[in-house]
Ligand binder design. Structure first.
Ligand code: CAO
Length: 552
């Protein structure tokens, strides 16, 4: 085994480019051509692949370092004979196009005038961008009517390994766009027409020479990208967390300037690319308090003894032993986890609870009959299984209740996974019945029985408690009339159910003894309002009153 030092290859006349991503760490096995770091200038970013395969022994760069041609990147313990024979792994020039980014890039292309001028309206076309051919337009940064300055970026293009912005060679007003996101462009493709002061037609300015000419190497499957090594402050936008944020150099730069952790921004562009709008919505949401960055969440006071999250008085410190015998008891693991979650949900969601009663006289008779019929099969149906089915029907009718709030938009779910609160000796857990819309009441009952047993035995897996759209908390087996269930974020509503009882109900002529089920629906006032909550409950009551409505 020999060790080799991998250095930065010739990257044209790019000097002092910043390392924005470190893609490998000591101990990682890398292949030749696997990307090691991503560097970025003002206008372009590119990955630098390894010239040799082997195991990373030592990193010689970290995030934020400025590097040049020849800067050491890392030391590899090489496995292949070729690499072992070579004491220093200087990246070799490519055998031919398409060359890896580690190859020496060609000098910047010169602008080539075109001949489509009409008055002072000029065509702006793609300049020579090296071996970038048929590259995708991932962002169009201007629109008709925009006044652009010379050197202002017009579009961003992207290949497998690099993205770059193509700036305008000319100042003027955009007349007409000739490209849209998703188009493929090559040298000479028309980008837009510009009403410029000067006559004649020009090509767009060439992008920065080094990057422009740095062609993309063969794509590396994402699985080959190791989790980067450097630990960063949470607000460093390039802080990697699993999948790296997919964004253009401008967005990365802006994110860095604003201190936005790009890894926390959800990209809604093609292939999950973070667009300018995504960044804006994220910043807006953080500013209006509807969203917290991970760093903010970590710093947020937790409340309790000395925490005062709302500037309220500190928790009273009392020496209880002064008043009588006491013992202290550790909170269970579940309570330690669920307590802060419930606290967060309670203080951050504007809860409102609508209370109502459903006449379940006929449904209860049907339930008793069903249980008799299925006695031998050992399946017992409780009211909760019917409630799950009835709630699915209500969620289908009122889809806002089957959503989650994210910044300034709702995520509407097309699936129906219903959680139910299960009381265990260690605390409350919420297992989830998946795809309850596709299951019958008997199957739901059987699954509930299994999940409730697992819950009591402390054997529920995290997967069995995740993905819920809506929750039901039933105290029916215990008692009570009404209560205020706490919404299980990021869900937007929860149904609380108490013990049914026979009540005198006026039918217009006389009081009739009817079995009434108390319902308490808590809902997030940011997402739904009182009228829709009342309609939701009214519909639920209709369904529970006549279960055939589930079929409608
Ligand atoms: N009205 C009257 N009786 C009811 C009822 C209701 N709304 N709901 C259930 N019952 C009856 C059942 O029919 C059953 O009676 P039988 O034994 O005579 O047949 C009995 O109460 C016990 O039911 P159960 O609780 O075992 O079954 P379930 O399907 O109703 O509930 C489960 C299952 C796991 C949800 C429940 O055991 C549980 O843990 N509930 C507590 C949930 C909780 O703690 N919520 C509060 C969260 S906020 O802190």
């Amino acid at each position: 085994m020999a060790t080799v030092e991998v250095n930065v290859p010739d990257i044209g006349d790019f000097k002092d480019v910043e390392v924005i991503e470190v893609l490998v760490k000591p101990g990682d096995r890398v292949k030749a051509e696997q990307s090691l770091v991503t560097v970025e200038s003002d206008k372009a970013s590119m990955e630098i692949p390894s010239s040799a395969g082997g195991v990373v022994k030592e990193m010689r760069v970290k995030l934020g370092d400025k590097i040049n041609q020849g800067s050491p990147l890392l030391v590899l313990e090489s496995e292949g004979t070729a690499a072992a024979e070579s004491p220093v792994a200087a990246p070799s020039p490519p055998p031919g196009p398409p060359a890896p980014a580690s190859a020496a890039p060609a000098p910047a292309p010169a602008a080539v005038p075109t001949s489509t001028a009409s008055g002072n309206v000029i065509d702006i076309v793609v300049p020579d961008i090296g071996d970038f051919d048929e590259v995708s337009v991932i962002e169009v940064l201007v629109k008709p009517g925009d006044t652009v300055k010379a050197e202002q970026s017009l579009i961003t293009v992207e290949s497998d390994k690099a993205s770059m912005e193509i700036p305008s060679s000319q100042a003027g007003v955009v007349k007409e766009l000739k490209v849209k996101v998703g188009d493929k462009v090559s040298k000479g493709s028309s980008l837009l027409t510009l009403e410029a002061a000067a006559h004649g037609s020009m090509v767009a300015s060439p992008p920065p020479s080094g990057m422009a000419a740095a062609p993309a190497p063969a794509p590396v499957p994402p699985s080959e990208k190791a989790v980067p090594t450097a630990a960063l402050p949470a607000h460093q936008p390039s802080a990697p967390q699993g999948a790296l944020p997919h964004a253009s150099p401008t967005i990365r730069k802006l994110a860095r300037e604003l201190g936005v952790p790009l890894t926390e921004v959800k990209g809604r562009g093609p292939k999950g690319r973070i667009t300018h709008e995504d960044l804006q919505s994220f910043v807006k949401a953080v500013m209006d308090g509807s969203r917290q960055t991970r760093a903010q969440a970590a710093k947020a006071p937790s409340g309790g003894a000395n925490g005062s999250p709302f500037g309220v008085l500190a928790w009273p410190q009392v020496d209880f032993a002064k008043f009588g015998p006491i013992e202290t008891r550790e909170l269970s693991r579940i309570k330690k986890i669920s307590g802060p979650v419930l606290h967060r949900n309670w203080v951050t969601i504007p809860h409102v609870t609508n209370h109502d009663d459903a006449d379940i006289t006929d449904l209860e008779a049907f339930r008793v009959l069903t249980n008799k019929e299925n006695e031998k099969a050992g399946v017992k149906v409780t009211m909760l299984a019917f409630l799950i089915k009835a709630c699915v029907a209500a969620l289908q009718k009122f889809p806002d209740f089957n959503s989650s709030l994210e910044a300034d938009h709702l995520v509407m779910k097309k699936y129906f996974h219903i959680g139910f609160a299960a009381d265990t000796s260690n605390g409350l857990v919420v297992p989830v019945i998946r795809d309850a819309d596709n299951k019958g009441v008997l199957q739901i009952s059987a699954e509930m029985g299994e999940l409730a047993k697992k819950a009591r035995d402390g054997k529920l897996s995290p997967a069995e408690m995740s993905g819920g759209c809506f929750s039901i908390s039933s105290l029916g087996g215990i008692g009570g009339r009404y209560f205020t269930p706490i919404i299980n974020a990021p869900e937007v509503a929860i149904l609380g159910v108490c013990r049914s009882s026979t009540e005198p109900v006026w039918d217009g002529k006389a009081f009739q003894p009817r079995l009434m089920l108390p319902l308490s629906l808590s809902w997030d006032h940011r997402v739904v309002d009182g009228a829709s909550a009342a309609r939701f409950n009214a519909f639920l009551i209709q369904v529970l009153g006549d279960f055939r409505r589930v079929l409608l």
